[in-house]
Ligand binder design. Structure first.
Ligand SMILES: *[C@@H]1O[C@H](CO)[C@@H](O)[C@H](O)[C@H]1NC(C)=O
Ligand SMILES: *[C@@H]1O[C@H](CO)[C@@H](O)[C@H](O)[C@H]1NC(C)=O
Ligand SMILES: *[C@@H]1O[C@H](CO)[C@@H](O)[C@H](O)[C@H]1NC(C)=O
Length: 384
């Protein structure tokens, strides 16, 4: 009997302990949820609202009224004078593509890597016989104390390569819209004959030969009002104060941005450059998210961006030979740039996957790579 009672009490104790543990776990989960719910809720709600906005209303014309400046306010677009300007880079030449790379002054290594890989104009000319001009867009170094030193180095760098375009503004994230205008302004003034214009980040990998072949086809069709990239549709402004992309209501009060392509890499046709340039003069460009400003300017001139499956968004492309003759852009490269460039441009790649069996094999590989929610390129890229 006594033994029986002992056993019973012990099992009750064990059960209590289990209950206690369960309660502990539940309350921990609950506290985590309470703390983070506001942000989760905020994110979910702002996406729901912006998507309904984008797909139900889809009218951004009110923005025009609010952001267009009066004729008296229209501004001098070259408010920041050029400090370095290789004016003659495009002169008296046919240019298929003018490619601007946004690069802060101190990123000399990245610029050199680009010059020796996808930004090598000589290589493109030798291989494909077309004019591609690669330029770097810069402001001045942020910090005063070593600005003069870095500026000296930039001047030397430009002596060697003649490919830096620099204006006198501080090269910061929040000044990227100034850099956007610099690119369009330079293109308008010094390279108006370029058929296409591209803007890219300096950690992008761009398969220029694939891109050139694609643009040549478009050029034969004489495309106009053209803008291609990885399109963000109905994106909401970020209202979370700690985010890099935070935008206060005072600067952008609306629920969603017009469609745009992230600034990592996009291409527009030459006529669009002219129109954007003109719009930028009469647009309030206080908003510092440069790719969104591009979206607003384009919506004002009736140009909408289109998607291409092989323009990456923020992500890096998978390393696989099956995609190397299709890939256009991929984001987040630095140390692997040289290797990737060698791999993707080796003559072997161009000739290897031409048979029926090889094509089947590659389609299966691409389905596996792209038909899931976590990839760089959409599922449709598998069938291109
Ligand atoms: C660019 O390409 C040419 C021709 O392929 C080559 O001779 C040259 O060394 C390359 N330039 C750089 C900086 O790698
Ligand atoms: C942008 O550049 C201007 C001119 O150099 C500078 O006065 C300003 O502080 C910069 N703005 C930001 C947000 O960095
Ligand atoms: C541009 O917009 C900002 C923010 O909405 C505003 O503070 C500023 O006064 C506007 N500038 C002009 C010239 O209208």
């Amino acid at each position: 009997m006594i033994h029986g009672q002992e056993a019973c009490r012990m099992s009750i104790n064990a059960r209590r302990r289990k209950m206690f543990l369960l309660l502990m776990i539940l309350s921990v989960i609950f506290s985590i949820l309470t703390v983070s719910w506001e942000q989760v809720d905020h994110q979910v709600m702002s996406h729901v609202r912006s998507f309904s906005y984008r797909y139900l209303i889809n009218d951004y014309s009110f923005i025009n009224g609010n952001l267009i400046l009066s004729p008296e306010e229209a501004k001098d677009i070259d408010k920041y004078p050029y400090l370095i300007n290789p004016k003659h880079k495009c002169q008296n030449q046919e240019v298929l593509l003018l490619l601007f790379v946004k690069s802060p002054p101190k990123n000399t290594d990245r610029r050199n890597t680009i010059r020796s890989t996808w930004g090598n104009e000589t290589y493109i000319w030798n291989e494909l016989g077309v004019g591609v001009k690669v330029l770097f867009a810069l402001g001045v170094h942020v910090h005063h104390f070593n600005r003069a030193h870095i500026q000296q180095k930039l001047i030397q760098e430009n002596h060697l390569f003649q490919d830096l375009v620099q204006q006198d503004f501080s090269d910061t994230f929040h000044n990227l819209t100034i850099k956007l205008i610099l690119q369009f302004s330079w293109a308008h003034t010094y390279c108006p004959q370029a058929q296409f214009f591209m803007s890219a980040d300096d950690d992008m990998f761009i398969h220029v030969p694939n891109l050139v072949r694609y643009l040549q086809k478009l050029n034969h069709r004489g495309v106009q009002n053209f803008w291609v990239g990885h399109v963000h549709r109905g994106a909401p402004p970020v209202r979370f104060k700690k985010s890099k992309y935070y935008v206060p209501f005072e600067i952008y009060p609306w629920l969603s941005y017009p469609d745009y392509t992230p600034g990592g890499g996009y291409v527009v046709s030459g006529d669009v450059v002219e129109k954007i340039y003109k719009v930028c003069r009469i647009l309030n460009t206080t908003l510092y998210i440069d790719d969104v400003v591009m979206g607003i300017s384009a919506s004002m001139i009736g140009v909408t961006p289109q998607d291409h499956a092989y323009f990456s968004g923020e992500r890096k492309a998978p390393y696989h030979p099956c995609i190397y003759n299709k890939i256009l852009t991929s984001h987040g490269h630095e140390s692997d740039m040289v290797e990737l460039w060698k791999e993707t441009t080796s003559p072997r790649i161009r000739n290897i996957f031409t048979g029926f069996i090889e094509n089947m094999y590659c389609t299966i590989v691409k389905v596996v790579l792209f038909c899931n929610p976590f990839t760089t390129y959409p599922c449709s890229a598998a069938f291109l």
